[in-house]
Write a protein that binds this ligand. Structure first.
Ligand code: BTN
Length: 264
C-alpha cells in the first residue's frame, strides 16, 4: 500500500467506499483496473488509487495527463441499489462529492460544477470525473467512477496552463492528501447513498453548485455537433435542460462551454 494511505485508512469514516482498496505507484489507468477488478467481482465501493497513470482516460476519449504524486487519481466501483432510471444521477453525485470535499478548504474560493461534473475554481478546471458504465444483459448495471483531482500542482504546462488549476494554486496553501482523500471517499459514499434514498435532494444540491445557470451556453453533442442555448438546470434524471428558441430541450450526454462567464 502507498505509505500515505495508512493515514487515510485511519481517518476513513465510510461503511463501504474505500474499504476494499488497491494502490499502485504506477498504472495505465485506475479506471481500466477498476473495470477489470469489478468484472472479477469487486464489491460496491472497491477503490483503486495510483500516484501516476501512463494512460489516464478523460471524457470522450481524451487523455488525462499528469498529476504524478500531486493529484488524487482514483476509481471506485459502484454497484447502485438505484433503479436504472436514476443511473444518470451517478455522474452528478460524483461531481458533487468532489465539490463537498473541497468546499471548506481554508482559503479556497467557492468551487462550482460545470455540467456534468467538472470541478471549477475561479473558472478553471480543478477536477474531472469519468464514469464508465457496464450494462450486462439480465443483470444489474454497474459503473466505475474515476476521479482526477488536482491537489498540489504549482503550475500547469501549455496548452492547459490558463484553463487548469489546483487546490494549492487556488487556495495558496499546500493540501494534505491523506485527509482530503478520506473526506472525498466519505462524501462520495454519502452522495451515492443520496442518489437512491433522496434523489430530489441530490438534484437540488447539484443545482445550487451548478455553474452558469441562466447563462448562454454552447452545447457540444457527443457526435461533435454544437448548438447554442440558455442553461436552465437539470431534469430529475440528471439530464441538462437547455432553452433554445423559447423551447426547452433535454440532453443526457455531451458537454457545455459557457460564454460571458469564465471559460474552462
Ligand atoms: C475528464 O475528462 O474531465 C475526466 C477525467 C477523469 C480522470 C480520472 S484520473 C483517475 C481515473 N482514471 C482514469 O483513467 N481516468 C480517471
Amino acid at each position: 500500500m502507498l505509505n500515505w494511505l495508512h493515514t487515510t485508512a485511519r481517518l476513513l469514516t465510510t461503511s463501504v467506499v474505500g474499504r476494499a482498496m488497491e494502490s499502485h505507484t504506477q498504472i495505465d489507468s485506475t479506471n481500466v483496473r477498476a473495470l477489470e477488478w469489478a468484472s472479477q467481482g469487486a464489491p460496491h465501493g472497491a477503490t483503486v488509487i495510483a500516484e501516476k497513470q501512463t494512460a489516464g482516460r478523460g471524457r470522450y476519449g481524451r487523455p488525462w495527463v499528469g498529476g504524478d504524486g500531486e493529484s488524487l487519481l482514483f476509481s471506485v466501483v459502484v454497484r447502485p441499489a438505484v433503479d436504472p432510471g436514476r443511473f444518470g444521477l451517478i455522474p452528478l453525485a460524483a461531481g458533487l462529492a468532489v465539490r463537498d470535499a473541497c468546499e471548506s478548504l481554508p482559503g479556497l474560493p467557492a468551487p462550482r460544477l460545470k455540467w456534468p461534473n467538472d470541478l471549477l475554481v475561479q473558472g478553471r478546471k480543478c477536477a474531472g470525473v469519468l464514469v464508465e458504465s457496464v450494462i450486462p444483459a439480465g443483470a444489474p448495471p454497474w459503473a466505475v467512477v474515476g476521479i482526477g483531482l488536482n491537489v498540489n500542482q504549482t503550475g500547469f504546462p501549455d496548452p492547459v496552463a490558463d484553463r487548469a488549476t489546483s487546490l494549492r494554486l487556488a487556495s495558496g496553501r499546500p493540501i494534505a492528501r491523506p485527509l482530503l482523500f478520506a473526506e472525498l471517499l466519505a462524501s462520495l459514499e454519502e452522495r451515492l447513498n443520496q442518489t437512491d434514498a433522496q434523489p430530489e435532494g441530490l438534484v437540488e444540491a447539484y443545482l445550487r453548485a451548478l455553474h452558469g445557470i441562466d447563462n448562454k451556453v454552447l452545447f457540444r453533442h457527443p457526435d461533435g455537433t454544437e448548438s447554442e442555448g440558455i442553461l436552465r438546470g437539470i431534469s430529475a434524471s440528471g439530464a441538462l435542460r437547455v432553452e433554445r428558441d423559447g423551447r426547452e430541450e433535454v440532453f443526457s450526454a455531451g458537454e457545455i462551454s459557457l460564454s460571458g462567464i469564465p471559460q474552462t
